[in-house]
Design a binder for this molecule. Structure first.
Ligand code: SF4
Ligand code: SF4
Length: 133
């Protein structure tokens, strides 16, 4: 199974190899989708891949060093504006947007990480992504 989340590292643990610890102790696969690391702040969007026990154990480790938040529904397409041009599909870094056999564009909320690439590229401003960080 797969779990995506936002993760804020406590200031006092910023120099600790937390992700490595989670990987070594649980053998979980971790995909870092976005990272904003500064001297006083560390924010990541991460994806855990493993079985339920591995994910729960990894969450315990991560929560020990910081704060976890589930990724909420953040993307909305205005169907009356979208012309199914497909530009957003190729600019999405996590494949949250796809096209079906009829070339209709489909958005997958569960995969979206809120990067706003699709908003910037859409020629008819058909996409809203709500601010999350
Ligand atoms: S904001 Fe748009 S481009 Fe970014 S992950 Fe979500 S759907 Fe993909
Ligand atoms: S870029 Fe805009 S108009 Fe083109 S498919 Fe995506 S949402 Fe629709």
């Amino acid at each position: 199974m797969k779990k995506r989340m936002y993760y804020w590292v406590d200031e006092k643990y910023i120099d600790k190899p937390i992700i490595s610890e989670a990987i070594l102790k649980t053998k979980i696969m971790v995909n870092i989708l976005m990272a904003k690391i500064m001297p006083q702040e560390s924010f990541l969007i991460i994806e855990l891949n493993g079985n339920k026990n591995q994910i729960n154990e990894a969450l315990d480790i991560l929560e020990h060093y910081g704060e976890i938040e589930d990724i909420p529904k953040i993307i909305e397409r205005k169907d009356d504006k979208c012309i199914d041009c497909g530009a957003c599909v190729i600019h999405c870094p996590v494949k949250a947007i796809s096209q079906d056999k009829e070339y209709n564009v489909i958005f997958d909320d569960k995969e979206c990480i809120g990067c706003k690439n699709c908003v910037k590229i859409c020629p008819v401003k058909a996409i809203d992504v709500f601010d999350i960080y």
